[in-house]
Unconditional design. Structure first.
Length: 114
């Protein structure tokens, strides 16, 4: 899990997907400014999460506990799709485990997300 920032100082929770970099890295390098900022190929769990200045140690402890309880899962994506007309992404064949994780994060940190 990675926390990242944008120019708005909004953080994000991401699942890194190192195995996807060989397939999408070249495209991300051209189309995704986040790639130039060093953000790896990923699945977004929650964005925006918390403003960087508002991120508290308590948030990190809650997330650490939540993530420690998670079982590992693998996802496969075979198609691309769009968020609006700005974000191209690899559509997961079964996004449900990520949706469940997103709901768990939102519930655990209900006072924190933007």
């Amino acid at each position: 899990m990675t926390a990242t920032t944008e120019s708005t100082d909004a953080t994000a929770l991401l699942l890194r997907v190192p195995g996807a970099e060989s397939a999408v890295g070249r495209h991300r390098g051209r189309l995704d400014s986040a790639a130039a900022d060093g953000i790896p190929a990923h699945v977004t769990v929650l964005h925006p999460f918390v403003l960087l200045g508002d991120l508290q140690e308590e948030d990190l402890y809650r997330l650490e506990g939540l993530f420690a309880m998670q079982q590992s899962f693998q996802r496969v994506g075979r198609r691309t799709s769009w968020f609006d007309d700005r974000v191209l992404f690899v559509q997961l064949d079964d996004p449900e485990p990520v949706r469940v994780l997103t709901a768990q994060v939102a519930a655990a940190c209900s006072s924190s997300p933007i």
